[in-house]
Design a protein around this ligand. Structure first.
Ligand SMILES: NC(=O)c1ccc[n+]([C@@H]2O[C@H](COP(=O)([O-])OP(=O)(O)OC[C@H]3O[C@@H](n4cnc5c(N)ncnc54)[C@H](O)[C@@H]3O)[C@@H](O)[C@H]2O)c1
Length: 431
């Protein structure tokens, strides 16, 4: 990576000053949610309905048909041939044992969670796994909470528990928590006995709109974020939107950075919807939150179905991440929340795109505006000096995802004027 860490990080740090928080906004009257419509992608056939009777999907995916009284309001299929799986979205899904149980393999389950989420939801999930299901036994491992524990030592605790509990290849791992737990549990499932079944139960907005979908799993290395991992798809993703009721505001705002990303890179109508409904999202309006999760999952599933292992298109999902990961690595994991770093990185990417003449003034301002609206105010630390490694360096070149053209278009490129990158970094440094 040609840019020095300190310049990247200084740039990012300054960029946050430009992203003023406005979290304490009053709740709007009601979110405007587009009426149910099928997404444009023919691969995905998700539908949103307000009644209990939901529309379900026909594809190669092992999608079960939830019963008529199910609270599942949306199913999004991730279409990956024989590794396809459904994302169930709805309120109260953890109260539906059949849904979860239908994706369990074998008689042994290991729930991987952390010290914050366990007191909130472990009992409920254990009930959902075992209700009217005496054949299944559930073990759990409760990891320390935080990005700084997304490492090899903590991962070993999962293997320790699995081996002590004498789990065999027919077991199922269940990730119960945010993106950190999902990434670690998924990686453990990929590696334990060379691969066991796993289920994602994401409980943060970040995890519900992004990290639980698509099969990227892994841990951090002190020199670089998410540097060790595997592509490993879950059996299903179960998004119970009620779990967001306990999520702190700062974490909710952090997740919105990834929602904004989908609009910017490929879904202009979704971005426009966000501009109108950001206050509703931050105020946790249930229909706004449900729509944001649904549309985000549809976008992610569509991209992953076309490019599971990130040979091209999927890289666009990393908008803001090259800068953002450098911030996280340089500042120390957990100093900024992941979404805060990504928001800052997205503003930097938009700034550079603007300097290159690839987007106009108006779009640049809209990016700053919407991320300003969504972001928290914690991005103030200047305490950085460690090195960074970013996996988006390919063949020695720093590749960036930049916005280009009208709203909803982007490029993944190493072909830009290097001076412009430096200008962006300096501009953020000096401001
Ligand atoms: N695999 C992917 O494709 C992908 C995509 C995006 C992000 N990620 C990864 O996800 C991680 C960030 O995820 P995150 O933002 O969810 O962070 P996180 O997992 O650290 O969760 C944030 C905090 O919220 C707490 N929490 C979780 N659910 C809660 C609930 N319902 N109520 C109260 N507290 C709750 C957690 O214990 C934690 O303290 C990063 O490591 C990032 O690299 C991965």
């Amino acid at each position: 990576m040609a840019a020095s860490t300190s310049s990247l990080l200084a740039a990012a740090s300054s960029s946050c000053a430009a992203i003023s928080p406005r979290l304490a906004r009053a709740a709007p009257a009601a979110a405007s949610v587009p009426s149910p419509s099928r997404p444009s992608c023919p691969i995905l056939r998700a539908s949103s309905v307000s009644s209990h009777r939901s529309l379900f999907v026909a594809s190669a995916a092992p999608t079960m048909q939830p019963p008529a009284e199910s609270r599942v309001s949306t199913v999004v299929d991730v279409d990956l041939g024989d590794r396809s799986y459904p994302i169930y979205i709805g309120s109260g899904l953890l109260d539906e044992p059949d849904l979860l149980q239908s994706h369990v393999h074998g008689k042994r389950v290991l729930v991987v969670t952390n010290t914050t989420v366990a007191p909130l939801y472990l009992e409920k999930v254990t009930w959902a796994l075992t209700h009217n299901n005496p054949n299944v036994s559930v073990d759990s491992v409760i990891l320390p909470d935080g990005e700084k524990y997304k490492d090899m030592d903590t991962l070993m605790k999962v293997f320790d528990k699995a081996i002590e509990s004498r789990l065999d290849r027919r077991c199922t791992f269940v990730a119960l928590g945010g993106g950190v737990i999902g990434d670690m549990c998924g990686f453990a499932a990929a590696a334990f006995l060379r691969g066991v079944n796993f289920i994602q139960i994401p409980t943060t907005l970040m995890a519900q709109v992004d990290s639980s979908v698509g099969g990227k799993t892994g841990i951090n290395h002190p020199l670089g974020k998410n540097m060790i991992g595997a592509f490993y798809q879950p059996q299903c993703v179960l998004v119970d939107t009620d779990t967001l009721n306990t999520l702190p505001d700062r974490e909710l705002a952090s997740g919105i950075a990834e929602v904004v990303k989908y609009g910017l890179i490929r879904d202009a109508p979704f971005f426009e919807w966000q501009e109108k409904n950001m206050s509703a999202l931050l105020a946790r309006d249930p229909s706004a939150v449900a729509y944001a999760i649904k549309r985000s999952c549809e976008n992610k599933a569509e991209v992953v179905a076309q490019d599971e292992k990130e040979s091209g298109l999927r890289a666009t999902l990393n908008l803001g991440h090259t800068f953002g990961h450098a911030i996280e690595t340089g500042l120390g994991y957990g100093a900024w929340l992941h979404g805060e770093a990504i928001a800052a990185g997205t503003v930097m990417a938009a700034d550079m795109s603007h300097r290159l003449g690839w987007i106009d003034d108006s779009l640049y301002k809209r990016v700053v505006e919407i991320l300003g609206e969504s972001q928290a105010s914690h991005c103030t630390s200047r305490d950085y000096d460690s090195g960074d490694v970013d996996k988006k360096v390919a063949d020695g070149l720093l590749r960036l995802i930049l916005l280009k053209g009208p709203l909803g278009s982007c490029v993944f490129t190493g072909d830009y004027d290097r001076k412009v990158l430096d200008e962006t970094l300096h501009a953020f440094c000096d401001s």
